[in-house]
Design a protein around this ligand. Structure first.
Ligand code: PLP
Length: 454
C-alpha cells in the first residue's frame, strides 16, 4: 500500500486549504520547515499530547512545535498563568522593565552554571545572533566557528553547512562552508569557519590556525537534539577555546529544559562563556535568551553611553553593544515560561518525561530489532531520533549513511496511523505523553514496520 496515496485519501481538506494557502504564501507555508511532500497536514486543534487536523484525524504529537511544548498542548497551569498575567495586570505588555524579567533571570542563573546575567530576545535565532554579537564585541575579533550539521537559526552568519551536499563539503577533517540558502552574503563564507563535530584533533588544528581571528566557537552540545558530543570532546573543546582566547557559546535553544533542567552544560559539567536559550523557555510562546558571564554580558550595558535612538548624539563612539526589541521580555511569555518551569520543578515531573521517553525508545528499538531492521534510537533527556543504521553516529557525515528513504516511508505510514512528526524529524515528548500514548505509538510502529515489509 502506497503510504502517500493513503495519506492523501485521509487529508482531502488539508489539500484543499493548501491550494488556497499557496496563493497567499510562497509554497503555501509561513516557514519553509513546515512544508513536506505532498503537502503539509493542516491542524485545527490540539490538546495534551494530541493534534487534530482539519479532516478530523487525530495524532499523537511528537513534533510538539519543534520541541517547544514540554508540558503538551494547553497545560492548564500555563494557560492560567498567561490569562492571570493579562487580566490582573491589565495589559499585554508594558514596554518598560518589570519584575518577571528578573524572576526568570534569577531562576536561569540558579539552574545554568554558565549564566550570571541574562538578556531576552523573541526567538532562538535572535538569541544566537545576540550571543555572537556579544562575542565579537567582547573580543574585537571578526570571525566565528560553527560545526557542520549544526543549526543556530536562519541568518547569514550561521546559515552555512547545516545540511551540505557531501560533494561540496570538503574533507571530513576540514569542512568548507556551504550556504544552506540562496541569498547568503558571500562575506560569511570567509568569516564563518566550519568545524567537524566530535573530532577534537581536527578542531584543534583549525582553531589554532585561526585563533587570532576567532571571536567564538558556537556549538549545539547535542547536535540537532539527538547526536550528543562525547564528554572527551566537550571537555577538550572547552580547554582548547580557553587556551586560545576564543569564547565558547553553547546553543541550548533545543536542549534547555529538555536534556536536563540545567541544560547540556549541567550534564557535561562544562561551563560555556555564553549560552543561547529558547523554545521550552517560553512555555509555547515566542522567546529566546542569552546568558553568560557577567564580565562578558556587561558589554551590552548602556550605562553612561548614548543609545542609538537618542537625539542629539554628539559622540560617534559605538563601544556599547546594541541590543533591543519591542517585545523582549514580554510579560505574558515570561508568565508562561515561569509556569512551565514551576511544573517541571514540581515533584519529579521532569524525570517522568525522561522516563516516558526512555520507555518509548526501548519499545521502538524492540520493534525494529524484532523485524530485523538495522536501526537505533539516539538522543538525550526528552528528545530522540530513530536512525536507520546500526553504524555508530557521531556527526553529520555519519548520518548520511543512514537509510533515509526507509525512514521517510515509515514516517508516512505512521502519519496514516495517527502518529505525528514531520517526516524525518525528531521525537520530542511532553508531560502529557502517558502510557496510553506510548503503547499506541509502539503498536502503530509495529503496524507500520509490517506494512514496510510486505
Ligand atoms: N538553535 C537551535 C539549536 C535550534 O534548534 C533552533 C530552532 O530549531 C534555533 C537555534 C532557532 O530558534 P527559533 O526557531 O526560535 O528562532
Amino acid at each position: 500500500q502506497d503510504p502517500l496515496q493513503l495519506l492523501k485519501s485521509r487529508t482531502q481538506k488539508s489539500f484543499e486549504l493548501f491550494k488556497e494557502a499557496q496563493k497567499v504564501m510562497p509554497g503555501g507555508v509561513t516557514a519553509n520547515i513546515k512544508y513536506f511532500e505532498p503537502y503539509p497536514i493542516i491542524m485545527e486543534a490540539a490538546e495534551g499530547a494530541r493534534l487534530k487536523d482539519v479532516d478530523g484525524n487525530e495524532y499523537v504529537d511528537y513534533l510538539l512545535a519543534y520541541g517547544a511544548l514540554i508540558l503538551g498542548h494547553g497545560h492548564h497551569k500555563v494557560m492560567n498563568a498567561v490569562i492571570r498575567q493579562m487580566v490582573t495586570k491589565g495589559t499585554t505588555i508594558y514596554g518598560t522593565p518589570h519584575e518577571l524579567e528578573m524572576e526568570m533571570a534569577k531562576r536561569l542563573i540558579k539552574l545554568y552554571p554558565g549564566i550570571e546575567q541574562v538578556r531576552y530576545t523573541n526567538s532562538g535565532t535572535e538569541a544566537t545572533l545576540l550571543a555572537i554579537r556579544v562575542a565579537h564585541a567582547y573580543t574585537g575579533k571578526p570571525k566565528i566557528a560553527k560545526f557542520e550539521g549544526h543549526y543556530h537559526g536562519g541568518y547569514d552568519q550561521v546559515l552555512l553547512s547545516i545540511n551540505p551536499p557531501l560533494e561540496q563539503a570538503g574533507p571530513a577533517d576540514r569542512p568548507v562552508a556551504v550556504p544552506d540558502s540562496a541569498g547568503v552574503d558571500p562575506y560569511y563564507l570567509e568569516h564563518t569557519v566550519i568545524l567537524p563535530f566530535n573530532d577534537l584533533e581536527a578542531c584543534a588544528a583549525i582553531l589554532k590556525e585561526q585563533a587570532d581571528q576567532l571571536a567564538a566557537v558556537v556549538v549545539e552540545p547535542v547536535q540537532a537534539g539527538f547526536i550528543p558530543a562525547t564528554e572527551t570532546f566537550m571537555r577538550g573543546l572547552r580547554k582548547l577555546t580557553e587556551e586560545l582566547g576564543i569564547l565558547l557559546i553553547f546553543d541550548e535553544v533545543k536542549t534547555c529544559f529538555r536534556v536536563a533542567l540545567g541544560g547540556a552544560q549541567s550534564v557535561y559539567g562544562v561551563t560555556p562563556d555564553l549560552t543561547a536559550l529558547g523554545k521550552v523557555l517560553g512555555g509555547g510562546f515566542p522567546i529566546g535568551a542569552v546568558g553568560g558571564k557577567k564580565e562578558i554580558m556587561e558589554v551590552a550595558s548602556p550605562h553612561g553611553k548614548k543609545d542609538v535612538f537618542e537625539m542629539n548624539v554628539t559622540s560617534k563612539k559605538k563601544d556599547v553593544l546594541f541590543h533591543s526589541g519591542t517585545y523582549n521580555g514580554h510579560p505574558s511569555v515570561l508568565a508562561a515560561g515561569l509556569a512551565t518551569l514551576d511544573v517541571l520543578e514540581d515533584q519529579d515531573n521532569f524525570e517522568t518525561i525522561v522516563r516516558t521517553t526512555e520507555k518509548l525508545r526501548r519499545g521502538l528499538e524492540n520493534v525494529l530489532k524484532y523485524y530485523q531492521i538495522p536501526a537505533q534510537t539516539l538522543g538525550m533527556g526528552s528528545i530522540f531520533n530513530v536512525v536507520m543504521t546500526a553504524e555508530k553516529i557521531t556527526n553529520y557525515r555519519d548520518l548520511q549513511n543512514a537509510n533515509l528513504s526507509l525512514r521517510r516511508e515509515l514516517d508516512y505510514h505512521l502519519l496514516t496511523l495517527g502518529i505525528y512528526t514531520k517526516p524525518l524529524n525528531r521525537y520530542s515528548l511532553s508531560l502529557a505523553h502517558g502510557d496510553r500514548e506510548i503503547q499506541q505509538t509502539i503498536d502503530a510502529y509495529e503496524a507500520a514496520v509490517k506494512r514496510l515489509l510486505v
